[in-house]
Design a protein around this ligand. Structure first.
Ligand code: AMP
Length: 174
């Protein structure tokens, strides 16, 4: 796909959700059928021969794209959620944010040893969220084939935080 064109559909919202943050809003991508489809096709082409068993999506924007990708790849989709949202038995992983801590959860029976997964989120910043997601996936014995993002905030070096686990694939960088 034309990645310069894709950038035109990513809206920068200054000072959201707090002063100093340049929020990258992906809703204009979803709003445009052609761009959305083109984007999903790009991820599909990248993973179609990678023998992926599950796409693991991180709440909430990782669900939208991750679930579509799973459907295209004809594989399953596994949600990783914020605490207290998943109804059955879970395991949890804490991680650090710029300010304070957060936690992610996955269903204990979501993955098994040897499953090949892609971890999907809309954006990588400092990488703490994806690293916590990866820890959950690895605790269940699954294998991370790659981390996939639409947007990478390169200056924050999130890629470095993940390099001992798996490769990072991102479509556009800021
Ligand atoms: P991090 O753990 O720092 O890599 O943060 C990644 C998570 O926070 C992802 O789920 C992103 O959707 C969200 N996020 C962090 N920074 C931004 C930003 N500047 N714009 C949009 N989303 C962001």
């Amino acid at each position: 796909m034309n990645l310069q064109n894709l950038k035109k559909h990513i809206r920068n919202v200054p000072d959201f959700p707090e002063p100093g943050i340049q929020f990258k809003d992906i809703t204009p991508i979803l709003q445009n059928a052609e761009v959305f489809q083109d984007l999903m096709q790009t991820f599909y082409e990248h993973y179609k021969n990678a023998h992926i068993d599950y796409v693991v999506g991180i709440e909430a924007r990782g669900f939208i794209f991750g679930a579509v990708l799973a459907s295209m790849l004809k594989c399953g989709f596994i949600p990783i959620r914020k605490p207290g949202k998943l109804p059955a038995e879970t395991i949890a992983q804490e991680y650090e944010l710029e300010y304070g801590n957060n936690k992610l959860e996955i269903h204990k029976d979501a993955l098994k040893k040897g499953d090949r997964v892609v971890i999907f989120d809309d954006l990588i910043a400092i990488g703490g969220t994806s690293r916590a997601a990866a820890d959950l996936v690895r605790k269940l014995g699954a294998e991370i084939v790659e981390f996939a993002f639409i947007i990478e905030l390169s200056e924050l070096k999130g890629r470095e935080k993940l390099k001992d686990i798996a490769e990072v694939y991102s479509l556009v960088q800021y």
